[in-house]
Design a protein around this ligand. Sequence first.
Ligand code: SOE
Length: 386
Amino acid sequence: MNEVRIGMVGYKFMGKAHSHAYRDIPMFFPDAPRPVMKLICGRNEEGVRRAARQFGWEEAVTDWRELVRRDDIDLVDINAPSDAHKEIALAAAEAGKHLFCEKPLALTLADARQMLAAAEAAGVKHMIGFNYRFAPAVRLAKKLIDEGRLGRIYHFRAAFLQDWIIDPDFPLVWRLDKNVAGSGAHGDLGAHLIDMARYLVGEMTEVIGMSETFVKERPLPGSMTGLSATGGTGGAKGPVTVDDATLFMARFACGALGSFEATRFAGGHRCTNSFEVNGSLGSVKFDFERMNELHVYFAGDDADVQGFRRVLATDPAHAYADAWWPPGHTIGYEHTFIHETVELLEALQENRQPVPNFHDGVQCQAVLEAVERSIEQKRWVRPDDL
Ligand code: SOE
């Protein structure tokens, strides 16, 4: 497979990130199959036509059914709001298209399972967009853990902190509507933490959480794009139906303990996606706002130099370094999507499932839902029991 012909649904924040990845791949990963940007789809005709021109897609359509039906599309890339994922994925799988879907996979665990089952029944490849796994510093953390260099893992401690809706007058965008988004900070940010935890430390056996919606009503939006929005006219308000913050604790199958915090109310934190792992032989610390760095501690260091050291994960020893710049010349957010998409294209070429895939999406959804149930019922819940 020398090229993959793509149809993409959605053209806002993630649509732009994915389009940019497709454009950069032939230049920086010339051995990967070439992504062909065939067709982009969005509900607003003028908006999607503009996006097609700006991002470099051959054609624009307003009905995703048209895109799914086309014979000249191999892969359907789903960037639409979360409530649209399932219907598009089921139709695309039935039409024999490979699937690439943004997180969270679906609004519910039942829907996520249905999507995985449909992809398996159709025999297509499926990938979910957990892009943070693809930062070189995260790959280094994974390598150190897998090689046993941190020893037995005791703790995974993670926080995804943002503040973009801390103003109570920020409008009621789709991410604050349960029917469209499924949940709030929990599914939007917590999903990334859960995926990171599963990637680094393994499955969770039980969870218990708490959550809060600090601002219960907000002005109805006028226009919205990405994470920005303007208030509508008339001053009408509507209810916020998702969590503003969700925190939970977990036990891992390997015996480690986990703590997780996802919030959109952490003033001053724009995109602090951070974790720390502590093991018997060492620790690692990561914060996405300094995404090229991993802080590493080894208990075996000489006593007089004990402490965390800052490793800049851009040397030839680090993942993806040979595709980019000389050591120390850092990369950014968009590169996580490029690496993620290379994994997808290579998996298609090698006729294997990409990682992470819908199975990971389902496991993540099981933890999200177990936390929600634990909050409702005020007790520990085992994701495996759902
Ligand atoms: C907004 O909270 C957001 O863009 C999420 O939707 C993304 O998944 C996350 O990576 C950054 O923040």
